[in-house]
Design a binder for this molecule. Structure first.
Ligand SMILES: CC(C)(COP(=O)(O)OP(=O)(O)OC[C@H]1O[C@@H](n2cnc3c(N)ncnc32)[C@H](O)[C@@H]1OP(=O)(O)O)[C@@H](O)C(=O)NCCC(=O)NCCS
Length: 321
């Protein structure tokens, strides 16, 4: 018997959905406790939920959705993950229709979903095309076996920046005792994040400071790979953060973001941050880092020059209602 049930965030449900996630994911491996802990610190002002699809009391798929913040509150983002054994039987459609009913009250104007250019996502890709979704952004994913990066080539660059008064400091171990550290870090990331390429019709919105802090503390406690801040005369001018899922994939780092304030660009700071992060991660036993960049973002070419290799891209699809 087939039924769709609301998500109650029980351990059993997390175990079941992570089993499905790991059947489909082409690159990462998730652990249900890590996913559950992340769920606990989600921004509860957003409408995030999951719908679980049961067949004979066994979860065979799920749909996860959330809306955007402030100006994006009428835009919803969703994804459907289905055990491949149950693909192409109309179950994706059932979950999708149930979501539309659920979000009907929110005067939704746009819905987004993404897929990777990989065979595991073919059914979802076909589903989006069938429903009139259009591809609005391509994010190039790449990976780097970090021991292969020739760090010596970049030591003169880091020396030059130091001579110019720019220090690359570890956020958790060298900066977070300063009383205004988190305020400065949040302000910096908001400044550069506004230049991240995003699809037309979506606005950059600022996370409330309280939520930023919750996630930052969680990152430092549970997922810290490295976070480096470029500091000049006490001013935070650039930063990058790389997370590690210590339980499920302890040797892989996932890039969160990297950005430089506009007036400090084209001086090699992004390159230097990446190189120093790699140097420190190698010392922590990390062997690979992953990143994704919008296809025309200069950061993609900076990464390729450092030795990153292309992996399947992520395609962002939109449907205007
Ligand atoms: C992308 C970004 C991080 C680059 O930072 P940066 O410190 O200026 O980069 P670097 O100085 O290390 O650049 C190294 C090389 O990359 C290329 N490059 C960097 N920015 C470029 C641009 N806007 N256009 C063309 N080439 C560029 C150049 O070849 C440059 O070398 P050059 O200056 O000697 O010609 C910065 O523009 C930024 O913060 N953008 C907004 C946030 C963002 O998009 N981050 C990346 C996605 S997470």
């Amino acid at each position: 018997m087939l039924k769709i049930q609301n998500f109650k965030a029980t351990n059993q449900e997390f175990k079941e959905i992570i089993k499905i996630y790991n059947l489909i994911s082409h690159d990462d491996i998730a652990d249900y406790t890590e996913t559950k802990n992340r769920w606990k610190i989600r921004d509860k002002t957003l409408k995030s939920d999951k719908l679980l699809l049961y067949y004979n009391n066994k979860v065979i798929g799920y749909l996860a959705f959330v809306n955007g913040r402030n100006e994006n509150s009428q835009t919803f983002f969703f994804n459907i993950l289905l055990n491949p054994k149950y693909s192409n039987l109309g179950y994706r459609e059932k979950l999708y229709q149930e979501m539309l009913l659920k979000i009907n009250n929110f005067r939704v104007t746009k819905i987004h979903s993404d897929v990777w250019e990989h065979k595991n996502y073919k059914s979802h890709h076909n589903f989006l095309i069938k429903h009139g979704f259009k591809c609005v952004q391509i994010n190039k994913e790449s990976f780097c076996k970090i021991k292969e990066v020739n760090l010596d080539n970049y030591r003169p660059l880091i020396k030059k920046l130091e001579k110019d008064g720019i220090k690359l400091l570890d956020s958790k171990y060298e900066l977070n005792k300063n009383s205004d550290h988190y305020k400065k870090l949040e302000e910096l990331s908001w400044q550069y994040a506004q230049d991240f390429p995003i699809p037309d019709g979506i606005s950059h919105t600022r996370e409330p400071f309280k939520q930023f802090l919750k996630e930052q503390i969680y990152f430092e406690k549970n997922e810290y790979g490295i976070e480096l801040v470029a500091v000049k005369n006490n001013k935070y001018i650039a930063a990058t953060d790389i997370s590690v899922n210590h339980k499920s994939q302890p040797s892989v780092g996932w890039t969160g973001s990297l950005g430089v304030l506009r007036e400090y660009r084209r001086k090699g700071i992004a390159t230097a941050l990446k190189v120093k992060a790699i140097d420190l991660l190698i010392k922590k036993g990390i062997t690979e880092i992953r990143t994704d960049n919008e296809e025309n973002n200069p950061m993609y070419q900076i990464n390729i020059k450092l030795g990153f290799k292309p992996a399947p891209s992520q395609l962002d699809y939109l449907k205007v209602l």
